[in-house]
Design a protein around this ligand. Structure first.
Ligand code: IVH
Length: 694
């Protein structure tokens, strides 16, 4: 037998040792060697690998440091769709779920798990080696983020054990522990970069970073909670996950087998409190039937399994002192009050600022400087103040006086009828409004001018190179290249994307102008109705309202916009620069939904609610705001309102998932051939998908 090359022997032994210590440190939390020794071994391995590319292994522990290469994510289809879970905040609903199953099936084993608050991932292993990591995406197709996932140290690259299936998928949550989140935000603060809202957004954003070396540094973690494959070793969920733990995966040690609603509720009550001391974010408990045969007989609705449910914890709140209120001025001049708070720990992160919405809300809650206020984190990015602890109010406190002058330019603020917000009317002389308009104009959904971010816009503005959106089209690469922090290459990229924006369709140009209340969808409807900016400018208040979605408020705002000679001048300059001021956006793609009344409700994954509504219009259907007896069907997303759901069920209205709807209109793109609408499919509750355990 030929002796193995010494170098290869050393490489292999380093890899084995590093894999072992990596698992000890990141999965078991019980390191056996010092960080220094670990780093020394890793350095030796990377040196040897660099010198001997012939021994390259894509799953070497050295991949954990990531690379600087910019990655594009390939879209790949999930072998089993990645469904979501039905949610409840109510113990009664949860008990009903458990009792319903028990009534059908007798005594049932339920597995209770923490609901980790991060971003879902599906990992495929073949012959014990990680071959692919894919994000949830729209549930059917996700992004291949394997290179990034390999840098997450708690995810095993290779497995060990004798009962590992040849091929299987394991799914879990990639999350950012609070410690990593706080470290990342302090670094960003020091670098003057915008802070990340919460660990969930930070995890999802990090996973989509284009350089895996960046991901490697961010301290992501991953816990696995679901397995699928043809040859899993056991017929129960918990037994398989325990096997997965033996093979090297990080599986939560807080997963517990429960029988009956009482035990499940005990688990929930315990974790509702205990989770506050966990080092990572959780937002509920997931309750799953353990046995796979039973899962199969329970089946799925179109969106989620009938054998599992997520109980969500109520938003946490904290009490802290209101120190002062700042007023921010948005691009339309809208004033937003922001509370400065005595820093307080809330849901694992420190909160210093909270939104106060508007003067009315401050008055309604009678919020005063110096008050002890309740702060809550809902689904929103910014925490909000939900109330005042009056028992702690200081005797000398005075009612809050709302500002009357713009904090940026000193102009007297105005209010529009029916609007809760105050506005600064000084559109052309108020700095944040000018900058905000330019930043809005270059947005992806508007002119999509790549490479030009808020910071560069500010820089150009400060240097006198731009004062409004039309000035962008006078920029030359040599103007940009002289700016600090901007190289020649980026300057050229900016110029070419400014050039490319000249072919952006009219509807998006209209949206980009930033007319108050004219959002993306309204702009599409207007472009489709009027077909040119000249027709819009010529329209009076009544004519404007002939366009879908345009009511009094929007019509007035449009009239006001075009009455301003400064705006007219900008439009003329944009027109001579070659921008599109004609052409319709929402052409009728098909008449497949002709005569159909449709309600869109809930949150969606692929399209926004407005986009779905626009699709309905463009296929000849009519959007309804509420369910009635003439509703043909509902496109239901996550968290559809319970009232709507109840009414729909009572009236027997068909409920379609986003995917079913998109399929119905032919994949979301224009569909010319279909002459008539197919019959809507079965209501979601009658759909049983039996193909897999997901
Ligand atoms: S099971 C078929 N278990 O919650 C459902 N999900 O809305 C498979 N999540 O997309 C998911 N912790 O990202 C499951 N212990 C857990 C979970 C969990 C967090 C997330 C997951 C999923 C979402 C469901």
């Amino acid at each position: 037998m030929v002796e193995k090359n010494e170098i290869l022997v050393e490489i292999e032994s380093l890899r084995a040792a590093l894999n072992y210590h990596n698992h000890k440190y990141y999965v078991e939390n019980s390191p056996e060697i010092s960080d220094y020794d670990f780093d020394t071994m890793m350095r030796r391995l990377t040196e040897l690998e660099a010198a001997h590319p012939e021994y390259n292994d894509p799953l070497s522990p050295s991949v954990r440091v990531g690379s600087d290469r910019t990655a594009e994510f390939q879209s790949v289809e999930h072998r089993y769709p990645m469904l979501s879970l039905s949610n409840t905040y109510s113990i009664e609903e949860l008990s009903a779920f458990i009792e319903r199953i028990e009534q059908q099936q007798g005594v049932t084993e339920f597995v209770c798990e923490l609901k980790f608050d991060g971003t879902a991932i599906s990992l495929t292993y073949e012959k014990g080696r990680l071959v692919r990591a894919v994000t949830r995406g729209d549930g059917t197709m996700g992004d291949d983020v394997t290179a990034n996932v390999k840098t997450i140290r708690s995810i095993p690259l290779t497995l060990s054990g004798n009962d590992i299936p040849e091929l299987f998928e394991i799914r879990g949550e990639i999350f950012m522990p609070y410690a990593s989140f706080d470290r990342l935000n302090s670094e960003r603060e020091a670098a003057g970069e915008p802070l990340l809202a919460n660990p969930r957004n930070a995890a999802a954003g990090t996973l989509k970073q284009q350089q895996s070396a960046v991901v490697a540094k961010r301290g992501l973690d991953c816990t696995l909670y679901q397995m699928a494959g043809d040859n899993l070793p056991f017929t129960g969920h918990i037994e398989n996950l325990e096997a997965a733990r033996r093979w090297g995966f990080k599986v939560s040690e807080h997963m517990t087998l429960c029988r009956g609603a009482k035990e499940v509720i005990e688990y929930i009550n315990y974790w509702d409190e205990a989770r506050k001391s966990l080092p990572y974010p959780t937002d509920g408990v997931v309750i799953k039937v353990n046995n796979f045969a039973l899962r199969r007989s329970l089946g799925f609705t179109a969106k989620s399994p009938r054998w599992a449910v997520a109980y969500k914890f109520k938003a946490e709140s904290a009490l802290t002192k209101l120190l002062s209120v700042d007023f921010q001025v948005g691009r339309t001049g809208a004033i937003t009050p922001v509370a400065n708070l005595e820093p307080v720990l809330l849901a694992g992160t420190t909160v210093k600022r909270a939104s106060l919405h508007n003067a009315e809300q401050i008055a309604a809650l009678d919020i005063r400087i110096g008050d002890k206020v309740y702060v809550e984190k809902g689904g929103e990015i910014i925490p909000k103040i939900t109330g005042v602890e009056l028992s702690e109010r200081c005797a000398q406190s005075a009612p809050f006086e709302y500002i009357t002058l713009c904090p940026e330019c000193g102009a007297t603020l105005t209010r529009f009828e029916g609007e809760a917000k105050h506005y600064c009317p000084n559109q052309s002389g108020c700095r944040p409004q000018i900058l905000g308009r330019i930043i809005h104009f270059i947005r992806r959904k508007a002119m999509n001018i790549d490479g030009l971010g808020a910071e560069t816009v500010e820089l150009l503005f400060e240097n006198g190179l731009i004062a409004d959106i039309a000035d962008l089209y006078n920029l030359r690469a040599c103007d940009l290249a002289v700016l600090p922090r901007l190289g020649e290459k980026s300057a050229e990229n900016i110029i070419s994307s400014i050039e490319a924006s000249k072919s952006v369709p009219f509807a998006r140009v209209l949206f980009g102008l930033g007319i108050r209340f004219v959002g993306e969808t309204t702009a599409k409807y207007m472009a489709s109705h009027f077909k040119s900016i000249d027709a819009i400018m010529a329209a009076d208040r009544v004519a404007l309202q002939e366009a879908e979605e345009v009511g009094d408020k929007i019509a007035d705002s449009i009239i006001e916009y075009f009455a301003d000679p400064i705006n007219l001048r900008i439009i003329e300059r944009l027109r001579s620069a070659g921008l599109q001021f004609e052409g319709e956006q929402v052409a009728l793609s098909s008449n497949i939904l002709e005569g159909k009344n449709i309600v869109v409700s809930g949150k969606f994954s692929t399209y926004s609610r407005d986009e779905l509504k626009a699709l309905i219009e463009s296929h000849g259907g009519k959007n309804q705001s509420g369910v009635s007896s003439n509703t043909d069907f509902i496109v239901a997303g996550e968290n559809m309102g319970p009232a709507k759901l109840q009414k729909a069920e009572k009236l027997g209205v068909t409920i379609l998932s986003e995917e079913q709807f998109i399929e119905m209109i032919g994949g979301g793109n224009a569909l010319q051939e279909s002459p008539s609408a197919p019959e809507p499919q079965q209501p979601k509750d009658e759909q049983v998908i039996q193909t897999s355990l997901f």
